[in-house]
Design a protein around this ligand. Structure first.
Ligand code: PEP
Ligand code: MG
Length: 615
């Protein structure tokens, strides 16, 4: 089942090769490849007799217990921390009623064997997750696939072997399971390269936590590498060099030395505030979506949670979460992050985030502009109120903030606030303890909301700019469409003006404004964002140390000067050139340190209109 490649047949020496993927854990590593290929799990396609149904169900339930025990055993071998959380999440998935009931239905009604039934259920769940455009949910499909694989091997009477790379190896795999990654350590592994996976995959999370350089999403890798081939993993630029030349190795050594010195330097600041050289405090908070990311985020020095995405709670199940689940989730977060605030976003489903636990209605012609986010919540009052009741109850345990997504105007905001009042009234009637005062705010993701931020500001406790969607809607660019991705431009004058408009409105009405889109995590934009007036940035936690170091080394004056210059640019190309020149000169290492940040300034004339698209 576990088909780790045997020693390859002797063959002609193969050419050096460079492959591009996505750098998800910065750092550089070199070592012999240790190839793990687990794409082929043998699934017996057996039909059973009606009389054998009970026996088959028993076999399935025994496999569920067996898989639980295996995960427990792996967990027991690990120290406390985020690795254990990841295995716990896997164990919870094994108890998921959606997975269990669906598999049992296949066995009972279609009379198919347990292995086949598991694989069909897993395929269904994966297909649903894959439909979701959001990278985070896409990544979860690999977790489900690993669980399915574990169950099928357990049904066949086997246990999944642990991988056992020699010290200093670079793991090369189609993908790694959470159990695999949680057994790795920095001492043992020089890097990880996988064909699958995204920024929020478990491989990425663990690699970042263990500070193992990692590149994911490298196409057709396994056919190009043999165990023992020398490999360089460049998690900064998202590159894999297979069988590097002596020149590439020499260049790497210089890079590694520089990189490690820089790492040490910024790590010293984890516990220090993100305060500019002239005393302005900037709050750096974490964007989270899963329990197991909490400890990682704390380790990177996040001062609370600036965006908790609750969508995952609704995925991969038949019923929407109950009040109690929302309550327990938010209470646990508050206890973990005390005394810092935790900002929970109510469910932002619809459009690219589909799930079966909410009735999503008819397929839409234009889902990004359809029944999604706040609009969907207002049409599904039962589930929305359940979430709000859970959150209001949790509000007793700490500084909880409720954030309403994709609000386009005052009417939607008023309707959202009315729902919060209604949930509160219901709790009062039920005699359930809850917070009377909870901070309520909106995400500013639609141009109409940004332009009317002064009106919004009168009715909220905070505003948070979601640039991922704001750019999509302002520039009319589907954020998941590769064909138009070249137009996705955070420094477009329209975007900069909208951010400034929101910051100014917040200022005038004394309402704090934060920014929680991907832009916040990109060190190229730190000066511009603070210079435009933002005093809170929320981002993937691993980006915090670099952004903090930039802030601590800068003055507000210089940030404001760059923001003003950028605001005066006619085109995004001019703004980009200016920002990269300034930031590249002042913070070359920071820009090189951030995974996946492009710092090439194209050879285009100043004030060029548009960009040449090369096929
Ligand atoms: C955003 O749109 O910027 C945002 C943070 O929300 P999401 O990426 O979850 O849509
Ligand atoms: Mg959004």
């Amino acid at each position: 089942m576990i088909d780790e490649r045997d020693k390859p047949e002797p063959r002609e020496p193969r050419e050096p090769l460079e492959r591009r993927g996505r750098g998800v854990s910065p750092g550089l590593g070199i070592g012999p490849a240790y190839v793990v290929d687990r794409r082929e799990v043998n699934i017996p396609h057996t039909l059973i007799e009606r009389d054998d149904v009970e026996e088959e169900l028993k076999r399935f339930r025994a496999a569920l217990r067996g898989a639980q025990d295996q995960l427990e055993a792996v967990k027991g071998r690990l120290p406390q921390g985020e690795h254990r959380q990841i295995l716990k999440a896997q164990q919870m998935m094994l108890r998921d009623p959606g997975l269990i009931q669906r598999t049992e239905t296949w066995i009972r009604e279609e009379l198919i064997g347990a292995e086949w039934a598991v694989s069909k259920t897993v395929d269904e769940i994966r297909a649903k997750l894959a439909e979701v455009g959001d990278e985070y949910f896409q990544a979860r499909q690999y977790d489900v696939a690993f669980l399915g694989e574990r169950l099928i091997t357990t049904l066949g009477g086997e246990e999944k072997d642990a991988i056992n790379p020699p010290a200093g190896a670079v793991i090369v795999a189609h993908d790694l399971s959470p159990a695999d990654t949680s057994q790795l350590s920095q001492a043992q592994v020089a890097g990880i390269i996988t064909e699958e996976g995204g920024t929020t995959s478990h491989t990425a999370i663990i690699a970042r936590a263990l500070r193992i350089p990692a590149v994911v999403g490298v196409a057709d890798l396994l056919s190009a590498v043999d165990t023992g081939d020398l490999v360089i993993v460049d998690g900064v630029h998202g590159l894999a060099h297979v069988r590097p030349t002596p020149e590439q190795i020499a260049a790497l050594e210089v890079e590694v030395e520089r990189y490690e010195a820089f790492e040490l330097e910024i790590a010293k600041e984890h516990a220090l505030p993100a305060q500019t050289d002239d005393g302005e405090n900037i709050r750096l908070r974490a964007n989270l979506a899963l329990d197991d990311e909490n400890e990682v985020a704390r380790g990177f020095g996040a001062e609370g949670v600036g965006l908790y995405r609750t969508e995952f709670m609704f995925m991969n199940r038949d019923e929407a979460p109950s009040d109690e689940e929302h309550y327990r989730m938010a209470k646990a977060l508050l206890q973990r992050w005390a005394p810092h605030p935790v900002r929970v976003r109510t469910f932002d489903l619809g459009s690219d985030k589909q799930c079966r636990s909410l009735d999503m209605g008819e397929a839409e012609h234009n889902p990004a502009m359809g029944l999604r986010s706040m609009r969907l919540a207002l049409r599904r009052p039962e589930q929305f109120l359940a979430q709000l009741r859970g959150l209001l109850r949790a509000g007793l345990h700490g500084p909880l903030q409720i954030m309403l997504p994709l609000v386009s105007g005052l009417e939607e905001l008023a309707a959202g606030r009315a729902a919060i009042d209604e949930a509160r009234a219901q709790l009062r009637e039920l005699g359930l303890p809850h917070a009377d005062e909870v901070s309520v705010g909106v995400m500013i993701e639609v141009p109409s909301a940004a332009i009317t931020a002064d009106l919004m500001a009168r009715h909220v406790d905070f505003m948070s700019i979601g640039t991922n969607d704001l750019i999509q809607y302002t520039l009319a660019i589907d954020r998941d469409n590769d064909e138009v991705n070249y137009l996705y431009e955070p420094l477009h004058p329209a975007i900069l003006r909208l951010i400034k408009t929101v910051c100014d409105a917040g200022d005038r009405h004394r309402v704090p404004v934060s920014l929680c889109g991907e832009m916040a995590a990109d060190p190229r934009y730190t000066w511009v964002l603070v210079g435009l007036g933002l005093r809170e940035l929320s981002m993937q936690a691993s980006a915090i140390p670099v952004v903090k170091n930039i802030i601590r080394a800068s003055t507000l004056d210089e940030m404001e000067a760059l923001a003003a210059a950028v605001l005066a640019c006619d085109t995004a190309a001019d703004a980009r050139r200016l920002v990269i020149q300034e930031m590249g000169e002042r913070f070359p290492e920071h820009l090189q340190h951030a995974a996946g940040v492009d710092i090439d300034i194209e050879d285009e004339p100043i004030s060029s209109v548009g960009r040449v698209v090369r096929e």
